[in-house]
Design a protein. Structure first.
Length: 369
């Protein structure tokens, strides 16, 4: 009998609980709702046009106009972009102007991205800067005497002899480059893209991935830094034509760009290049300790990993079939001048001089409000 009363009591309690629950249907749901509102993350358009303002802006814009060269100019002062706009023409025959969205070949500045990929493998413990090249590419000349650090700062002495205009895939271009490396200046600083072809070969060995995969996974997917390869560039509405010092356009030959794997095969906007360098120097892409190691130069030299150390600033520069990118930045990446030009003026040093002049103007001026 007691068991019967106990069972009836339990039924009543359960039923009563259900009844109360029916009268408070949203109680549990309400308790699980967040008590604070989350703000939406604002996506910053790094390619937006920022017109010059104030006296400093007017002075900068006038310098660019007086150069009589075409390109897109980005200027940042104390971490704030104060100008990002085009000057001159993207396509002379079509009279199309350059803009903040214009894409340019970044030529040898790409070596900096390749160096970052190397340092990521150092961070993962798959590489050490003291490792001999022979551990990964024993077929290279004097590979047992050359360290990875020397490839980064170009004191290995390697030179790539010969280029191909054949239509190959990435592996084919890298293989061709490795087979045409010679030891020309053992132990001395010697600028040659061959050093970075060797680094691409080493990256493939330790990761089992292509350079294209590593580049895409790291910069586009991980860091949100955009770029194009030449095959996409030629079909882009933001493409600029590339002109020689004589003002004539260069012919389209994708192979000439595609063969520069790791050394000059991609295109960027000023905004994305700024994002890359600004975040790199802030220690957001690799740690500052790794950055310091990456930028170790050879004795009495000032080059490492795509950057020249000018004492109070870093300088980056490249030339490739009419494209001439030039950058100068404070070492913290907060004040920076980027001039991506589609007119090769390397011999006259006019693009290089323009960037230096604007950098001196900005660093010597009060901060823009």
């Amino acid at each position: 009998m007691k068991r019967l009363h106990l069972g009836i009591g339990l039924i009543v309690i359960v039923a009563l609980g259900a009844f109360i629950g029916l009268n408070e249907p949203n109680k549990v749901a309400q308790e699980k709702r967040p008590t604070t509102k989350h703000e939406k993350i604002k996506k910053v358009d790094v390619n937006q046009t920022i017109a010059p303002s104030g006296t400093l802006g007017a002075q900068i814009a006038q310098r660019a106009k007086d150069s009589h060269h075409s390109g897109t100019l980005l200027v940042a002062q104390n971490g704030k972009i104060i100008l990002n706009q085009g000057f001159g023409l993207a396509n002379k025959s079509a009279n199309t102007p350059t803009t903040a969205k214009s894409l340019y070949g970044i030529a040898s500045i790409q070596k900096n991205l390749t160096a970052i990929l190397v340092m990521q493998q150092v961070a993962a413990g798959k590489l050490h800067l003291t490792d001999k090249v022979s551990q990964y590419l024993p077929e290279l000349p004097d590979a047992d005497t050359v360290a990875i650090q020397q490839l980064l700062n170009m004191t290995a002495g390697y030179n790539q002899v010969g280029k191909t205009e054949a239509k190959l895939d990435e592996a084919g271009y890298v293989d061709f480059g490795l087979k045409h490396l010679t030891m020309d200046q053992r132990g001395a600083w010697y600028y040659s893209a061959g050093n970075y072809v060797a680094l691409v070969g080493i990256l493939h060995k330790v990761t089992g991935k292509s350079y294209e995969q590593l580049l895409d996974n790291t910069f586009k997917k991980q860091f949100g830094i955009d770029y194009t390869n030449y095959n996409d560039f030629v079909n882009s509405p933001n493409r600029v034509e590339n002109y020689g010092a004589d003002g004539k356009p260069f012919f389209d030959n994708p192979s000439i760009f595609n063969r520069e794997v790791g050394t000059g095969s991609i295109e960027m906007t000023t905004g994305n290049l700024y994002k890359l360098l600004h975040e790199e120097l802030a220690g957001k892409l690799i740690s500052k300790n790794l950055l310091h190691q990456m930028l170790v130069t050879g004795p009495n030299e000032n080059y490492a990993s795509g950057m020249y150390d000018d004492g109070n600033a870093y300088r980056l520069h490249g030339v490739l079939l009419g494209f001439e990118p030039s950058v100068k930045t404070t070492k913290d990446g907060k004040t920076m001048v980027i001039w991506l030009s589609n007119e090769n003026a390397a011999q006259s040093k006019e693009n290089y001089t323009l960037v230096n002049q604007i950098f001196d103007l900005v660093t010597g001026a009060p901060a823009a409000k």
